[in-house]
Design a protein around this ligand. Structure first.
Ligand SMILES: [Zn+2]
Ligand SMILES: [Zn+2]
Length: 698
């Protein structure tokens, strides 16, 4: 890799290709014209060259395609009409014949192409190559090779067609074989070989070949060369090399059109250089094609920059660019993460209306989105309607039920899978265990955990252990939970597991195991504020306020900042974000008034704000104000003001919800008769009529 990079950096002799150079006009001319992968007719001498059209006596509208190079647009039916017309005229012009073979071949009518080829007495190298190309394009490499071997003469184009055909079929070895055998090569030959490597995952070989092409030949790389090499660089995630190639392209004056721009955006996105990706995207002159947008979506989602991904999606809508399958599958996780249910529903309807292939991947993404937005019924509808029920789809549904606290339904679905003898995997089991832990199904969970090892022969992974620790912790069986981590696990426990144990200690007020878990967490990440916050609450809860103060001091001394909480709420298709203590919102006064109104109503029903949850030294009134300004409370107040009575409110919170907010939500759901769904860092809370689906454990 390093070697490749050095070579590239050291290339001083790189001749710059002028931007107009394309694959077709740097190839040597072959008798009867060139054949590029797209069109034979493109190479027909134009009228202006002095060659008269053959069919002049009786012009037929369809004949215009011969001279205008438009054969790619014709259907087999039209070609047949034209064919019989030519037969009637008794013409045997080889250009026309080759054009017809081409139309048949590119449309997959290989029988018709072959018949015409066989009936033609004076075939030239283009006739042969066109048919070889047709076979190769449709994966009939055996026929292609047979024809290729019997060619009376070949040119570089014929060889190139074979390389590219083998590459498309995944037979890289054969492609390399053809490349090595060919007597002369042009840039298309190199491009075809590089593409064969890239397409089949041999990214390093693609780079080596690229360097060889630059070093060993006087050939000038063109746009196709860069289109072939950029995916390989993206795959290797080598940003430096990518920048180097990008600067070559710019220096070469190669026009960065839509295709090349997409390839660059994709490369930068995959190399985690999102700024450059956005820059290239913004300078793309032709953004009308959805393919230019998709790599950027993918980059943003991969880096979990979901808000920007949704902003980009809205920009795309405003520019009237229609999302395709790739866009939808890429954007759905961002929608799921932000709980932007309105946009999610819009996309679902759009996909149905546009008949975008509802395959298992898309359906799973929809189930995941609906589940994470707390709309489990809609997720179930997608599952029921899905035709192709793969294990991926079942897993998505079980996981969805699990996070929504529908543990029994998740187990029922798993039993159905077993009853239907469907294959399941460790992801299925993780979701089932998760379902048990989220719904407090202790015995069932422990049963599945035991069966996993003894009956299904699976080795538990981190996530399975995590579920069991959570399950035992929930039941207050803290010693057993600790034992799972310290004795059962043959892999290193991560911070998630320790935090789960610490969280359980907070709920059950267990200081000793809490301290043990907190120490482990501080070892892993001394800057994680949530460890200190949890431990301090444990001390507070058992009346050890001096220890609680000490922990806060530790946090201050270590300059550990509490991660600021924020929440999203989607209303009318717009996602609104609220930060804890946020006073900057343009409608803050209204929100304050609403919060005061809620507080009055809640207090009259016996609600007392849990001021001890506020860590920092403030007087009581300040603490009360601080606790009212937790981001999810702000979001709910805003939601109540801005939605019709009875509309469910969906909030997504970045941290765990505190117990004060939990009580607050329960009471608001009852007093205002609203369904409230809050997804916090750990799970879903569905508040209805004063109760929460988590049964007060989270
Ligand atoms: Zn709170
Ligand atoms: Zn809850």
């Amino acid at each position: 890799m390093l070697l490749i990079f050095n070579t590239l950096l050291n290339i001083r002799h790189l001749t710059i290709a002028p931007s107009h150079v394309s694959n077709s006009n740097i190839r040597p001319t072959c008798p009867g014209g060139n054949l590029h992968t797209r069109s034979v007719v493109n190479n027909l001498p134009p009228f202006a060259s002095g060659r008269p059209p053959l069919v002049v006596e009786e012009p037929h509208p369809a004949t215009s395609f011969f001279v205008e190079g438009r054969s790619n647009r014709y259907t087999v039916q039209e070609a047949k009409q034209l064919h019989s017309y030519i037969v009637k005229l008794g013409s045997s012009n080889i250009y026309f014949i080759n054009s017809l073979i081409h139309v048949y071949a590119i449309n997959g009518a290989l029988g018709d192409a072959r018949k015409l080829f066989d009936e033609t007495p004076h075939r030239d190298v283009v006739s042969w190559t066109t048919l070889v190309d047709g076979y190769a394009k449709f994966g009939k490499m055996h026929d292609a090779k047979e024809l290729f071997d019997s060619m009376p003469m070949r040119n570089v184009v014929s060889w190139n067609v074979m390389i590219s055909g083998y590459g498309k079929q995944g037979d890289v070895e054969a492609a390399v074989g053809q490349f090595n055998e060919m007597p002369e090569r042009d840039i298309v030959s190199w491009n075809s070989l590089i593409t064969s490597y890239t397409r089949n995952g041999f990214s390093e070989k693609a780079l080596e070949t690229f360097i060889d092409a630059l070093n060993q030949t006087a050939l000038i790389p063109n746009k196709v060369t860069f289109l072939s090499i950029l995916p390989a660089i993206a795959d290797l995630g080598c940003a430096l090399l990518g920048r180097c190639v990008h600067s070559f392209i710019l220096k070469a004056g190669i026009e960065v059109d839509g295709l090349l721009s997409s390839a660059l955006v994709d490369m930068y996105s995959k190399c985690d250089c999102l700024e450059q990706a956005v820059h290239v995207f913004e300078s793309n002159p032709s953004r009308a094609n959805v393919a230019s947008w998709n790599p950027l979506f993918a980059g943003l989602v991969r880096k979990s920059i979901f808000e920007d991904a949704l902003d980009l999606f809205r920009t795309m809508q405003s520019e009237n660019v229609e999302p395709d399958y790739v866009t939808i599958v890429t954007v759905l996780p961002a929608i799921a993460d932000l709980g932007a249910i309105g946009l999610g529903k819009w996309i679902h309807t759009y996909a149905k209306r546009r008949k975008i292939g509802m395959n298992a991947t898309l359906n799973s993404a929809l189930i995941d989105m609906y589940s994470k937005c707390g709309c489990i019924e809609l997720a179930q509808q997608v599952f029921t309607m899905a035709e192709d029920k793969t294990v991926e789809l079942w897993n998505a549904m079980i996981a969805g039920l699990a996070i929504n606290g529908r543990g029994k339904d998740a187990i029922k679905l798993f039993s159905q899978m077993q009853a239907e003898n469907l294959e399941f995997d460790d992801i299925t089991l993780a979701s089932v265990l998760n379902a048990c832990s989220h719904s407090g199904l202790i015995d069932e969970g422990l049963g599945f955990y035991a069966a996993m090892k003894d009956v299904y022969g699976m080795t538990p992974k981190l996530q399975h252990y995590g579920c069991i620790v959570d399950l035992l912790g929930r039941a207050g069986r803290l010693e057993e939970a600790k034992k799972v981590i310290c004795s059962d696990m043959d892999i290193k426990p991560d911070d998630v597991i320790w935090k789960s144990l610490l969280g359980a200690c907070k709920i059950h007020g267990h200081v000793e195991i809490g301290e043990f878990a907190a120490r482990k967490l501080i070892e892993i990440n001394p800057n994680d504020s949530s460890t200190y916050v949890l431990m301090s609450s444990i001390y507070d809860a058992v009346g050890r306020s001096r220890d609680a103060v000490m922990i806060r001091k530790m946090m201050n001394d270590g300059k550990v900042r509490k991660e600021p909480g924020f929440s999203f709420i989607e209303l009318g298709g717009t996602v609104h974000e609220f930060l804890v203590g946020d006073r900057s919102h343009p409608r803050m006064e209204e929100i304050h008034n609403m919060l005061n109104e809620i507080a009055d109503k809640l207090k009259s029903m016996g609600y007392v704000p849990q001021k001890k949850l506020v860590l920092f030294d403030m007087d009581d009134e300040e603490k009360e104000v601080a606790i009212y300004h937790h981001s999810e409370k702000l979001a709910i107040a805003f939601g109540l003001i801005n939605s019709l009575h009875g509309t469910p409110l969906h909030v997504v919170k970045n941290l765990r919800m505190c117990s004060d907010c939990h009580v607050f939500m329960k009471m608001v759901s009852k007093i205002y008769n609203r369904e409230i769904v809050v997804r916090d860092q750990r799970r879903f809370h569905h508040f209805r009529s004063g109760r929460c689906s988590c049964m007060d454990y989270w």
